[in-house]
Design a protein around this ligand. Sequence first.
Ligand SMILES: Cc1cc2nc3c(=O)[nH]c(=O)nc-3n(C[C@H](O)[C@H](O)[C@H](O)COP(=O)(O)OP(=O)(O)OC[C@H]3O[C@@H](n4cnc5c(N)ncnc54)[C@H](O)[C@@H]3O)c2cc1C
Length: 374
Amino acid sequence: MSEDLTLLDDAFARFLERDIAPDYESWVEAGSVTRAAWEKTGAGGFLCPAAPEELGGSGGSFAHDAVIIRRLGLAGFDHFGIALHSAIVAPYIQHYGSPEQKERWLPGLASGKLIGAIAMTEPGAGSDLQAVRTTAVRDGNQYLLNGSKTFITNGQLANLVIVVAKTDPSAGAKGVSLFAVETDTVEGFRRGRNLDKLGFKGNDTSELFFNDMRVPADALIGPEEGQGFYQLMEQLPQERLLVAVQAMAAIERALALTLTYVKERKAFGKRVLDFQNTQFKLAELKTEATIGQVFVNDCIARHVAGQLDSVTASMAKYWTTDLQTKVMDECLQFFGGYGYMNEYPISRLFADARVQRIYAGTNEIMKVLIARSL
Ligand SMILES: Cc1cc2nc3c(=O)[nH]c(=O)nc-3n(C[C@H](O)[C@H](O)[C@H](O)COP(=O)(O)OP(=O)(O)OC[C@H]3O[C@@H](n4cnc5c(N)ncnc54)[C@H](O)[C@@H]3O)c2cc1C
């Protein structure tokens, strides 16, 4: 933590308390955050902190994203999909966009006028990204996109969607390209329903459909077709580290909530904390949380220095999210029946944790990647 990062952390914590806390539960109830909340967060300077200042960002690094994501998790507001927007969608534009594309989209993403999503997964292609069937065919100065996507985070509100499509279905990984689709201006784009999920209720997750959707040729990200798979492979380590940062924040919050509870709750005339089982279990979890945090901090430092490899990022994603589900399960147990009630935050933390082992590449895929390097 530098002074700059500490200032950001304090300012964002105050912003959350003042501007997000009053409405957060109504968003969870409604299944989606509002556009106004996005714009308010952008106006506060908390979106796309790693984008250059002249394009609306703060000229920061992934450390700035990490501070924001951790604070969001500690406050219990992580259904608000700004992590994906700032640290997954914006970097594709920032790293691979032409100067015109950066100027066209980054200021909008930083202000919250544009809400970002990334559409990789399809009904028939999740882990196996090369199996995507969405096609993009060049037609004069446009591309014609056909296909469908599912499980897309921010899918109901997003108006800048990065779509993974095949520009050459016979070329395997070399036939994959990314397109930045401004959904407000294209025909042939349709959103499905807001999918009903086990957790992350306040975050909209949707199917998207492209039916002869025409986008301008300069929606292609990168100088030429066929770069998409390589762009994804380069950016996925950051996505995986981001999930690890979210996992550690949720763990920190769960342990704090549990400690408060077991100090107050009494059984057999003692505090629940006074049972040796409680002390030993919490000692174990605190130890594992500390190990995880040290590892994730090291990954962040390496990533900021441009030295985080994909295998280490996969280790961080798989190990911390496995730990997260274990911590939530064991912490919930200390709440007894109250832990199963939705009005207790530990129940939401338990439900939200489960998806962390599934998205951003399942934990089995993380192990495939690690095993390949052995
Ligand atoms: C809430 C939520 C939000 C999401 N947000 C997004 C988003 O914004 N954008 C997006 O593009 N996608 C998103 N996803 C999709 C997510 O990335 C996929 O669900 C995930 O990659 C797994 O794909 P799948 O569901 O098709 O499972 P499958 O690929 O069908 O996998 C099924 C099972 O088989 C296992 N498996 C598959 N291949 C192997 C292998 N080689 N070795 C061993 N085991 C294997 C998997 O680990 C899993 O256990 C989201 C998903 C959820 C649930």
